[in-house]
Design a protein around this ligand. Sequence first.
Ligand code: FES
Ligand SMILES: [Fe+2]
Length: 433
Amino acid sequence: MLTKENNERLCRVGPGTPGSELFRSIWLPALLSSQLPQGGRTPVRLRLLGEDLVAFRDGSGQVGITGAHCLHRGAPLFFGKVEDDGIRCAYHGWKYGKDGQCLEMPSENNASLCQKMRLQAYKVREKADIVWIFMGKGEAPELPKFPWIGLPAPQRLATVWLQETNWVQGAEGEIDSSHVSTLHKSDQGIKADRVHRTWTFKDPKPQLSIEETEIGFMSIARRRADERFYWRVTQWMAPMFSVIPSAAWPIGGRAWIPIDDENTYCWDFSYVLEGGLPDAFMESVDQGRSFPPEYRYEAIQLNNGSIIDTWAPLRHRRNDYLVNREAQSGTSTTGIHGVNDQDRAMQEGMGRIVDRTKEKLVSADLSIVTARRKILDIMSSEASIQKYRELVKDGTVFSMGPVDTVEDTSELSEFLKSLPQQPGESDQLPAIA
Ligand code: FES
Ligand SMILES: [Fe+2]
């Protein structure tokens, strides 16, 4: 459990909070490049860390992300006209460049007034078909060097959708390996011949251990695999990045980006180190069986009234995730369609910010306890946040890869010796077929 104070500290991301400082220390994925097609004229509304923003691609092809409302009298720039060098407010025509500088005020003759007007704008980069945003002050670090970020397009897929909870609830689900055998048990899982599923479901009580790394920890699960041992290592990187192993399936990673205290963009990054994404995986994506869920791109009104343009899951809290009670009489625990739908049903059902003063944690929650402690340590002072900024400066700490392998050894120390020592080397780890 956490104290009320620590739960607040962990979850809140509004102005002046340590959470805000932490998330403003790194580049965050803001939207998919495809949401702003070249030559397109439709801006995208987004909300990050409690700030309403608008993204647009100007006539030169560059993306800008600025405050969502015009400085003059607050009209929404979403309805603005995208021009070669900026966006023009539809109300009285003030025009802003990508850096937020006011460029024109058609109804004013006072040029110096125009120069003085500057809308909030953030640094933006495009990489791996994603628009990244840096919301901090001062010099930005390098982009995180995730193992997939430099791969050619056919080897990776990024998707994003809305989760109606605080970011921590989603992030905790990533490292909560003991729920997998129960929550995600379904006909689909039992029939699958993928190695990790087979061993995961055959041995629901893995030996769990945690090995801390510079940026987070490895969550290590050892299961019996007949006469040998199935080792599965998930990387967790503060504050909320995960990389999850998979056999004969793309590697998956997720990021939980706070929209505000009560809503989150869930990002999934799937990739293969060679070849292309398997057809079976793309089929699973189309059917929303795992990550992402089945969803639709639309304008969504959040619970505070803000509107964002993103993917909305078809199964959500207002339709009970279309639960099928009949299916529960078979092998499915939930009768809910997809893996992410099942996760959201649990996490959103806890409430927007779960009350962690009331939890009864057990030994299987070790990863979660460790992650909370690490995040709270980083948030504990300006000096510790500064230390985190130094750590992430060149982006290499984010290059840790996952492990998924069957070995003879049952000894953790021996298994650890077989792991690559340097971030990035894990890219070469063979996945078991
Ligand atoms: S409100 Fe935007 S120009 Fe007046
Ligand atoms: Fe899950």
